[in-house]
Design a protein around this ligand. Structure first.
Ligand SMILES: Cc1cc2nc3c(=O)[nH]c(=O)nc-3n(C[C@H](O)[C@H](O)[C@H](O)COP(=O)(O)OP(=O)(O)OC[C@H]3O[C@@H](n4cnc5c(N)ncnc54)[C@H](O)[C@@H]3O)c2cc1C
Length: 398
């Protein structure tokens, strides 16, 4: 038995009980360095190898004790660890691990979503600060967020990927205007964010000046892995604003089985076939998610996360269609008087969250084609051109 496993046994025996105060428990887990086992000791971790960490995680899980695993799932803390200065890490890592900082992702813009390297929000240096102007869109959880992970263009003479810088951007300031957007589901959980002479200190920069694209890749890999690994609902702290903001996740195969029984279709061979296919797809996707996580644990960013995210979005659409088939004409109803139909409608529409957010299905296919199957890269005519010379539809050159 490893030293860590023995210590974990003692820790659980001394401190864990199902009735402990949840907040106090999480503080103890973080401070006693059980939350991020693979991280270095100086940053709340134990520097464990993946196999050892998994044993400890399994021990906590068997005891029903929450806490470990954030080194794989906590997008915000993981990105901070990867790109933040020691001062930023000291200031933010603990509150992030305790879920005490509300965060959002300031990436997408009206003219740059799939092609994020085409962002046009600019940051201009002013002493120890940067002045930020531009517009972000689809920003989940922007209302109520304390900070946003912002990508902004700091050098217009570099080609598109090289002039971008990544900031830990304070949201509570006069230059930030947030307007909610209404979604097809009826929710209004994401927003437009207008940045007008907003400010961010240079000390809140993650990574090198002009090196934001590479910090972004770490953050995106966390997001995709989390989305691909999601089963019945977003795991705590995984998707942060994105996941939590999109709350209900479509019914899993187990509740579809219950539904099939309830509507008397559980013996229908076509329904049984569809249920089984869905179950197999979920199971294979879980295995795939484990493979992707293993690569991430070893410090890599895996294109397998794209496979998992794509598969999960397909599973959600299939589950929604099957649910509709089981409900029959009831699926055409909506509203609180018809909760099953209402949930079905929500599930079907919300499945698009997973096929668009965090990179669309088509983009995941491109990544899989290029990085897993080894197909030729898409032609990119603007890749090596100074960004200032790249024309933007409807916008003047700068
Ligand atoms: C629920 C939800 C939450 C979101 N939350 C956030 C958030 O918190 N922060 C944030 O910054 N963004 C967020 N987004 C935005 C999301 O990341 C973008 O919508 C997504 O990356 C697609 O960009 P776009 O909407 O500009 O579409 P576009 O990039 O304009 O794409 C339009 C269509 O063209 C296809 N396409 C584009 N390029 C290619 C290509 N090279 N090859 C093949 N097909 C292509 C796309 O797949 C898509 O079907 C969220 C989106 C959703 C739906």
């Amino acid at each position: 038995m490893s030293v860590a496993l023995k210590e974990a046994q003692e820790f659980l025996a001394d401190h864990w009980s199902p009735d402990v105060d949840r907040r106090a428990w999480m503080e103890l887990v973080v401070d006693e360095r059980w939350a991020v086992l693979r991280w270095p000791e100086e940053w709340y971790g134990r520097g464990l190898a993946d196999d050892e960490a998994k044993e400890v995680e399994a021990l906590f899980a068997a005891a029903g004790a929450p806490g470990p695993g954030q080194d794989i799932t906590n997008l915000w803390a993981g990105t901070m660890l990867a790109g933040g200065s020691d001062d930023l890490k000291r200031q933010f890592l603990r509150p992030l691990l305790l879920d005490q900082v509300a965060m959002c992702l300031l990436y997408s813009e009206p003219g740059a979503g799939s092609d994020l390297a085409g962002i046009r929000t600019s940051a201009v240096r002013d002493g120890d600060e940067w002045i930020v102007n531009g517009q972000k869109v689809w920003t989940s959880g922007a209302r109520g967020a304390d900070y946003g992970m912002l990508i902004a263009r700091t050098d217009w003479d570099q080609p598109k990927h090289r002039g971008i810088t990544f900031f830990w951007f304070p949201m509570h300031q006069p230059g930030v205007e947030i307007r909610p957007l209404r979604q097809a589901t009826g929710d209004a959980r994401f927003n437009e964010v207008f940045l007008t002479d907003a400010r961010v200190p240079d000390s809140h920069r993650l990574g090198e000046l002009g090196g934001g694209w590479w910090v972004l890749q770490t953050a995106l890999a966390y997001e995709r892995a989390a989305m691909g690994a999601t089963r019945r609902g977003p795991a705590t702290g995984v998707l942060g604003a994105t996941g939590r903001a999109h709350g209900r996740i479509p019914a899993a195969d187990v509740s579809l089985l219950d539904l099939a029984r309830r509507v008397g279709k559980a013996d229908d061979p076509a329904v049984r076939q569809a249920l089984m296919e869905l179950h197999c797809a979920r199971t294979v996707n879980d295995w795939n998610a484990e493979r992707a996580k293993a690569v991430m644990r070893a410090g890599g960013s895996s294109p397998l996360a794209s496979l998992g995210k794509l598969a999960f979005s397909q599973i959600l659409h299939r589950a929604g269609r099957l649910q509709g088939h089981l409900l029959g004409v009831e699926a055409t109803l909506d509203g609180d008087e018809f909760p099953t139909a209402r949930d079905h409608n929500y599930s079907q529409l919300n499945a698009y969250f997973f096929s668009i957010g965090g990179g669309t299905d088509q983009i995941q296919r491109n990544i899989i084609g290029e990085r897993i199957l080894g197909l030729p890269k898409e032609p990119e005519v603007d890749r090596d051109v100074p960004f200032r010379e790249v024309p933007a539809s409807g916008q003047p050159r700068r």
